[in-house]
Structures are given as C-alpha cells and as structure tokens.
Design a protein around this ligand. Structure first.
Ligand SMILES: NC(=O)c1ccc[n+]([C@@H]2O[C@H](COP(=O)([O-])OP(=O)(O)OC[C@H]3O[C@@H](n4cnc5c(N)ncnc54)[C@H](O)[C@@H]3O)[C@@H](O)[C@H]2O)c1
Length: 415
C-alpha cells in the first residue's frame, strides 16, 4: 500500500486525504499551519499525533516519510512546497494553479524529470466522466479533425462572491488572476481535447458587478451590521452560509471551517465570525477584490484549430458548456447533465451518456485513482496531467492575462 503525506488540510487537502484512504492508499502524515484544523482532520484520518506537523519546515525536516506528497496549500505556496518535496524524493500531486510565474513551473517540471519523480497537477476535470468520454469520442475520429471549440465556464454568482470577492482568490497579488486560478483546467481541456500546442492567445475581460459604486444606498460594510438590504440581497451572508440548501456554500464547499478558522465549528461560532471577524461577512460591494468577473479567451492552436473559453460570474448554476466541431460532426452539452449530443453528418443524432460522480463530477476520485495506480504500477493512464504537460495551460493563462491587460493584443506563446 502506498503512503502519502498531505500539506494543507482545507477543502481540497482534507477531501484528497479522505479519498486516498478510501481508495487504497494510506495517509501517514498531515501538515497544516492551522492547529485546530490539523488536529480535527488528523483525528478523523487517524494520523498519530507525532505525524501531524504545523509547518512544512517540521514536516520536511523528517526527510522522506511517505511515497508521495499532496500539495493542497494556497496558490502562492505550491511552488516552494512542491520543490522541497521533489528534492527529498517524493512523488507529488500538486493542486492547481502551480504558480503564476513561468520560470517556477518550468523549474518544477525539470526537477521532477531530473529526479525521476512523478509530479501530477490537479487538472481534475480530465478525470470526470463527461470530459473523459468527450476525449474518447474525439480520439475515435467520429467527428473528424477538431476545427473549433467553444467552452463556457459558468461560475455561479454565489460561488464567485464566495471565492473571488470575499474569499481566498479575490486579489491577484495574493493569489493569481482569476483566469489562472479558476480556468487553468478549462484551458488545459482545450489543449487536451486537441492534443495540440496553443500558438497564440488574445483576451478581454471586465469587472462590472462587485464594485463599490454598485452598493445599494445605505448598504453597511458588513451584512450583519443592520444592513437595510438584508431581505432582498442575494449575497446576504447568513442566507449563503447558515443553511444547507442546494445553493448554499457549506453544502458545496464544506466551508464552515474556512469561515471560522476552526476545525469543527458550530453554527453559533459561524454566526459570530460572520457578524464580526470573517471576511465572508463583508458586503460584496465593499471588499478589496480586484480579479475580473468575466473573461473571454481566444486561442489559435497548431493545425488551424480555433477555440474560445469564456468564464463568467453571472450565472445561477455552476456548470460548463462545451461545443466542439469537427470536419465530420459535432458534439455539445453541459457537464452537469451527464450526457452530450453527438451529431455525425449523414447519421442519426444521438446522446452519449457519461457518468456523473461527486466532487468535480467524479474528477476528484478519478485523479486519486490514477495517481495511486501510478504510484503502484509506475504506469500512467493517458489522461494523467504531468507537470510537463501542464505547462501549456499555464502559459495560455499567462498569455491571456497579458493580452487582457493590453487591450486584447495577440500574445504569441513561446515554450
Ligand atoms: N483542482 C481544483 O479544481 C481546485 C478547486 C479548488 C481549489 N483548488 C486549489 O486548491 C488549493 C487549496 O484550496 P482550498 O480550497 O483547499 O483552500 P483552503 O483555504 O480551504 O485550504 C488551504 C489549507 O492550507 C493551509 N495552509 C496555508 N498555508 C500553509 C502552509 N504554509 N503550510 C501548511 N498548510 C498551509 C490552510 O491553513 C488551509 O487549511 C488552492 O491552491 C486552490 O487554488 C483547486
């Protein structure tokens, strides 16, 4: 049985740790700077106290104590944590985005290769049934050569407000631009579907909603400071965070711990934090956010393949829509439907079904399955996104951001 250490026990790290234990691996060590979270998750996973570390320095000082490390800390820490792990001889499963700096991505790719180690990046959508089936249909050749792809990522107004206005990914200087943080796996899919290099990118984007000038008259800085718009505001924090409804954030993202910074908070502690201290209790029009809310990226791939990706905060649901055309047919659908329409010219139109699981529609368990299999056998499922291949998605995101900041100028990608 392969052993794993996990760095960062938040939403992603705790989820990966659970899946590793359930899917045939063993989490033997955990690390988080938040001791309350560290001990809560450590207890749940039955990790002995001497294998719980409250800093990566303490974890790495042990040398190599597992076969692999999951890096699920925040965006700007991935590079340092992955680099240290690779230097010590660990295989690495690293959350995306790897880094907003090209040289750091290249360095990690080279280091993994030099040390003969696997560094896999969590482009989890590749492993979800919907996208896995699309890739197989494209590779079967039934729609001919791919000519054009249109993909839309509908983030959901409530999800965007949580992560990109009030939350961790609201500021480019602290994390990364939203096109990298949110969409590097969409850009990866464009590259993955086509199997081709992206040659050039141009992009436009904007912020129109979460701005101080859009605050309704008299809105208070925190929702629970007696805001007169509490009844009708869709972003009123208690409405989004207390109740477990289909659109409530605790259900989707298990975020009570994030709101309070406690391992296992009660509702009373959540209420207290939202009222007084938590960034998630702030008025969405009065935050210090700066990442764009909608962005369109236009890509030119080798082989004269064209693609667009649009990310948009303004949607009710959280889903992606895909339309891929080829020289002999097309396919289109929404990932949450678990099926897509396949039209081959001259043949009867049909639906192709795909499994829809939990956690990125099954992608979260899929990546753990393939990663553990890779550790056990040394053989990689073709869908596994190693660091070297991941470079393309990140270069596309860097180019998109450069273009957006330069009035949509075309940026040519150099590897
Ligand atoms: N692959 C995907 O689809 C996907 C989805 C969401 C988030 N992410 C990425 O996953 C990463 C984690 O996101 P999350 O939602 O779990 O965030 P989170 O805030 O819930 O969890 C991060 C955890 O890391 C801990 N931490 C911070 N600095 C640390 C350090 N120096 N050493 C050890 N622990 C540290 C924090 O205390 C926290 O518990 C982010 O980089 C995010 O961009 C990827």
């Amino acid at each position: 049985m392969k052993t794993v250490a996990v760095i960062g026990l938040g939403n992603r790290g705790a989820m990966y740790a659970r899946r590793i234990n359930n899917q045939g691996g063993k989490v033997v060590a955990v690390c988080d700077v938040n001791e309350s979270v560290l001990n809560h998750v450590g207890n749940k996973l039955d990790v002995p106290e001497n294998m719980r570390f409250s800093s990566t320095e303490a974890l790495f000082a042990q040398g190599k104590i597992a076969d692999a490390i999951v890096v699920a800390s925040q965006d700007r820490d991935h590079y340092g944590h992955a680099k240290e792990a690779l230097k010590l001889g660990y295989h690495v499963l690293c959350e995306k985005p790897v880094s907003p700096i090209k040289e750091e991505c290249v360095e990690l790719s080279e280091l993994a290769e030099k040390n003969g180690l696997h560094m896999v990046v969590c482009h989890v959508l590749r492993y979800a049934g919907f996208y896995d089936t699309i890739k197989k249909v494209i590779d079967s050749g039934v729609i001919g050569e791919v000519t054009n792809i249109q993909q839309t990522e509908n983030v959901g107004y409530w999800h965007f407000s949580h992560s990109y206005v009030r939350g961790n990914w609201r500021r480019e200087d602290e994390t990364t631009p939203s096109i990298l943080a949110k969409c590097c796996h969409d850009l990866d899919l464009l590259h993955y579907y086509t199997g081709k290099k992206c040659k050039s990118v141009s992009s436009i984007g904007s912020r129109r909603i979460f701005l101080p000038e859009n605050a309704p008259e008299g809105a208070t800085l925190r929702c629970m400071d007696g805001c007169p718009h509490a009844k009708e505001c869709p972003y009123y924090a208690p409405r989004l965070y207390y109740k477990f409804t289909w659109r409530s954030i605790p259900v989707y993202l298990n975020r009570w711990s994030l709101i309070t910074r406690l391992g296992n908070p009660t509702l009373a502690q959540v209420k207290e934090a939202l009222a007084k201290t938590s960034p998630y209790g702030r008025c969405v029009y009065h935050c210090d956010n700066d990442v764009v809310e909608n962005q369109t990226v236009l890509c030119k791939f080798d082989g004269d393949v064209n693609a667009t990706l649009t990310m948009n905060a303004s949607s009710r649901g959280c889903f992606r829509r895909v339309h891929i055309t080829g020289t002999k047919g097309e396919l289109f659908g929404r990932d949450i439907d678990g099926k897509f329409r396949l039209n081959v010219w001259g043949k009867k139109s049909k639906y192709v079904k795909a499994n829809v699981g939990q956690g990125h529609l099954g992608g979260d368990s899929g990546i753990i399955h393939d990663f553990l299999e890779l550790l056990e056998t040394g053989k990689a499922n073709p869908r596994v996104s190693f660091m070297k291949e991941t470079l393309m998605s990140h270069l596309m995101a860097f180019a998109a951001e450069e273009s957006r900041k330069n009035d949509g100028k075309t940026i040519y990608i150099e590897e």
